[in-house]
Design a protein around this ligand. Structure first.
Ligand SMILES: [Cu+2]
Length: 155
């Protein structure tokens, strides 16, 4: 009888522990690590998310060049944004803005700062509620044109 009660207590404790760890995990955003270098490509070009899912993008630059010569950022654009026009505006905005044009901020859902070789940056955001494809780019001059882009798919 006593051992039966003890085993029930153990099961209850186990359930409590499981419940606690599950809720703690749910409170943390899902981490997506994207590595970049002098190849001017994101090593992750497709991210899938649930509507409203909290995601932390960690951008790591494994290159060695300084950010003014070969900087990278990660910029998630609103659905329907003309990425070509956005990155053109980013070049005009210049290095002082880290290629984030002030008059285009309404087109940005999330972005990291610009980083040079050996640096990293991160941004936490909620995936849009609206399902569909969202383009992300590096807005450093010519990187988007050279293929530094990818797609976040909300489904
Ligand atoms: Cu870049």
């Amino acid at each position: 009888m006593k051992s039966k009660l003890l085993s029930l207590l153990c099961i209850a404790a186990g359930l409590l522990a499981t419940g606690a760890s599950t809720s703690a995990a749910a409170a943390e955003p899902r981490v997506v690590t994207i590595t970049v270098n002098e190849q001017m490509k994101f090593d992750v070009t497709a991210i899938t998310a649930a509507p409203g899912e909290e995601i932390k993008v960690v951008l790591k630059n494994s290159g060695t060049m300084p950010k003014l010569a070969m900087g990278h950022n990660w910029v998630l654009l609103k659905k329907g944004t003309d990425a070509n026009a956005f990155t053109t505006a980013a070049v005009s905005a210049g290095a002082a803005t880290e290629y984030i044009p002030a008059d285009q901020k309404a087109a940005i859902l999330a972005n990291t700062k610009l980083i040079g070789g050996g640096e990293s940056a991160e941004v936490v955001f909620k995936a849009p509620a609206d399902k569909g494809d969202y383009t992300f780019v590096c807005s450093f001059p010519s990187h988007f044109a050279l293929g530094m882009k990818g797609t976040l798919t909300v489904k």
